[in-house]
Design a protein. Sequence first.
Length: 317
Amino acid sequence: MKVITIRELFETKKKDLALSLVTEPETLNKKLSSQFINRPGLALAGYLDVFFSDCLQVFGEVEVRYLQTLPEELMLERMRRIFQMDIPCIIITKGLTFPPSIEYLANDLNIPILSSRLSTAQLIQLLNRYLLDVFALEKTIHATLVEVFSLGILLTGKSGIGKSECALDLIHRGHSLVGDDLITIRLIDDKLIGKSSRDLGSFMEIRGVGFVNVERMFGIERVRKQKEIDLQIELMPWQENIDYERIGLANNYAEHLGVKLPIIYLPVSPGKNVSVIVEVAAMNMILKGVGYDAAEDFNRLLHEQIRKQTLQKPIVT
């Protein structure tokens, strides 16, 4: 399980979320392990049987105004019970403030309190986006990720099969590189997002040549920071005894982080222009997305032709 400190959140999003620290700096060492956000209205009313204590607690105008209606002793008792649940942090919206007694209590129990000038809705929207990204499931694989006709194409296969060379040819033909060799795949909003695992710039290793810098060689418009993955193409050595897909009626899928991804198994042999085939696969997928399937169309025409020939065949008596 991934864990971050409230200090990381504060320093990373201080400007975007218009944050300021209310409690002592030492409280920022508190850890956060949940991507979810909670508004503790029922907890303030005294109901703690169902309380998500591992989440960030957001206090909007409703929660702050409710606290102001309580006698000070009751208010402190309710807040103490919430603090004793070992919550990771409280964020107050709209620039509102707590009474000094709550701030003292938070410092005493080592609970960080942050204040934001944003509205509650704005803060929750931006915070949700940040936490979703931080706590996204991820894995790293050996692959090359390119953008072809706005689709994210994940090229996989054994080392030396020609993934980088294929990607280089695609870049030369006007497409874009996301990452080469090691790709980190992250699950965000049920989508697979890929990016380079190494923050070393847009370098590619081409056997026999060495490293090339795609951004410097082809221009910044030929690189992408990250891309949603739409299709995986597995490059495989050609073998005569394997029955490869020839019509395209069968749909194959690979699974990454619990999400099924369409996959094409592409045999590679000397002289085969793999980059053109990758372009055709991408265009074919775009056509399928708008309702046209060439394999089904061919199959339909073939069946019609067989039916016509059958009807025209004379009956022998």
